[in-house]
Design a protein around this ligand. Structure first.
Ligand SMILES: [Zn+2]
Length: 163
């Protein structure tokens, strides 16, 4: 996928889940950004796109909300989207087994890719209306605190909770 498509899917993901959209946005392009660091000589969709590597990193960052949100963006809005391409992404290491979803029929930058990304965004906007109380996944802890439904201790404990 091109970056615009990754970012579109990432925004839809953040919108539906209530995750930090900036963190998710950075995550959606991170595997490709890493490849562009001078001197790394990383192959495109090589180790920087390893599903197992990023699953481990996500597990390590599970309790650090901005990093957790960024790595959910990496896995969902980047890796799973790249897995729709003909070459897919490495499951463990480059040169090993690749994960290819839906027979890899999605060509990079094709009208089908753009339509898929736009469709995912449209669906996300329909599921969670802008200006609504929040996502159906993340509870509106700030609003619950303002309305004195929960106390300050509960707010502080849950404000970054996913559920
Ligand atoms: Zn990529």
């Amino acid at each position: 996928m091109i970056w615009a498509s990754h970012l579109t899917v990432g925004y839809a993901l953040a919108h539906v889940t209530g995750m930090n959209p900036v963190a998710v946005g950075i995550g959606t392009i991170l595997p490709d950004l890493v490849e562009k660091i001078p001197g790394t000589n990383l192959r495109h969709r090589g180790i920087s796109h390893s599903l197992a590597l990023h699953a481990v990193i996500l597990t390590l960052f599970a309790s650090i909300p901005p990093l957790r949100d960024a790595w959910i963006g990496v896995v969902v809005a980047h890796l799973l989207c790249d897995a729709l391409s003909p070459t897919g992404i490495p499951v463990f290491l480059e040169g090993g087994q690749n994960l290819v979803l839906f027979s890899g029929r999605l060509r990079v930058g094709s009208p089908m890719e753009l339509a898929l990304a736009a469709g995912i965004l449209l669906l996300a906007l329909l599921v969670v209306q802008p200006g609504s109380e929040g996502s159906f996944i993340r509870r509106p802890w700030g609003k619950l605190y303002e309305e004195q439904v929960i106390d300050k201790r509960e707010y502080l404990e849950h404000r970054f909770s996913m559920f």
